[in-house]
Design a protein around this ligand. Structure first.
Ligand code: AMP
Ligand code: ZN
Ligand code: FE
Ligand code: FE
Length: 305
């Protein structure tokens, strides 16, 4: 008789029985779904587990957790922390962090304040380049309280008819080196790892060899970060081609880092990042869960749970 429930195991013994996506964005940052809509979409995409990892905030996690109970999807609370290594932006995923941790909450507030302060500077830079746009145009494209990012500027440029979509806005105006690019405060990477793990969470480097972070995150640097407390490496990501994934998977193995795979879903805000387009092996998720419960035990149970 045929087995109904087939466990697919690859040559390294990784197990893919569940569909686990550990990197998604709601409109609490720069995605286009509410946390509830995102979890509903995760159920339609037949995900067993989804992590909400909005940029520099965990404000959507409580709503996502309740939606998870309604839709039968296990929700992991997370965030994507904006960090810096040398002078390059690096994204760091954090899972299971306590929301009452003062060091992490303080850093998240500083990051969001820095993003708010950037808005008038972006407006001035775009105006100087001949694009008529106001701070109100940008704020109108985000929900109140959302982490403001360049995708909101991109949406405003689309609404004003300056460009046709987010990608064109980045290519012409917002990418590094383009007229509307303005930096903002970022957390030094080593501090980011310490902050996430200090808050009881698990720290995973997001798309390490996607975009500019590839230039600074060499194998040696990643090995050094692993020795200093980094827990995992996002191997399967749309910004990584097949060779990059193979090299990163081997590197994760050598450094004792947990390999993950995820979509980086942004709703309609990013094409080719559908929920479940990359998934995390069961064994990696189990390792993450084990670390979170170990660290929670060390720190004590969070209040209200
Ligand atoms: P920010 O937080 O303002 O730096 O914006 C980060 C967001 O912009 C993330 O969702 C990135 O995936 C997206 N992003 C960054 N660079 C690009 C690019 N060149 N093209 C499209 N999206 C990008
Ligand atoms: Zn984003
Ligand atoms: Fe990212
Ligand atoms: Fe992301």
């Amino acid at each position: 008789m045929l087995q109904l429930c087939v466990s697919i195991t690859d040559w390294k013994g990784q197990n893919w029985l569940m569909r686990i996506d550990l990197h998604t964005h709601s409109r609490v940052s720069d995605g286009t779904d509410s946390p509830t809509e995102l979890v509903a979409a995760a159920a339609r995409a037949r995900l067993d587990v989804v992590a909400l990892t909005d940029h520099d905030t965990m404000a959507g996690v409580a709503e996502a957790h309740s939606a998870g109970e309604n839709f039968g999807v296990r929700v992991v609370g997370g965030l994507e922390l904006t960090c810096q290594y040398e002078d390059v932006t690096v994204h760091l995923l954090g899972y299971g962090c306590r929301s009452d941790d003062s060091a992490l909450s303080g850093a998240l507030q500083e990051l969001r304040d820095g993003r708010d302060d950037r808005v008038p500077k972006v407006v001035a830079a775009l105006n100087a380049a001949g694009v008529e746009i106001s701070a109100d145009d940008i704020k109108a494209s985000a929900r109140p309280g959302a982490t403001l990012g360049r995708p909101h500027v991109a949406d405003a440029l689309v609404a004003l008819g300056v460009v046709s979509d987010r990608q064109q806005a980045f290519d012409r105006w917002l990418d590094i080196g383009r007229p509307g690019y303005i930096g903002h405060y970022k957390v030094p990477l080593a501090e980011g790892v310490a902050m996430i793990t200090g808050a009881g969470g698990v720290a995973v480097l997001a798309h390490p060899w996607g975009r500019e972070s590839r230039s600074v995150l060499t194998a040696d640097v990643i090995g050094g970060l692993a020795a200093e407390g980094l827990d995992g490496l996002e191997v399967d990501h749309q910004l990584h081609d097949a060779d990059t994934r193979a090299t990163l998977r081997a590197l994760a193995g050598e450094c004792g880092l947990i390999p993950t795979g995820s979509s980086d879903y942004h709703g309609t805000g990013k094409v080719d990042h559908d929920l479940g387009c990359n998934i995390t092996p069961d064994s990696s998720f189990e390792a993450i869960q084990g670390m979170v419960s170990q660290r929670v035990t060390l720190l004590g149970t969070p209040p209200g749970t």
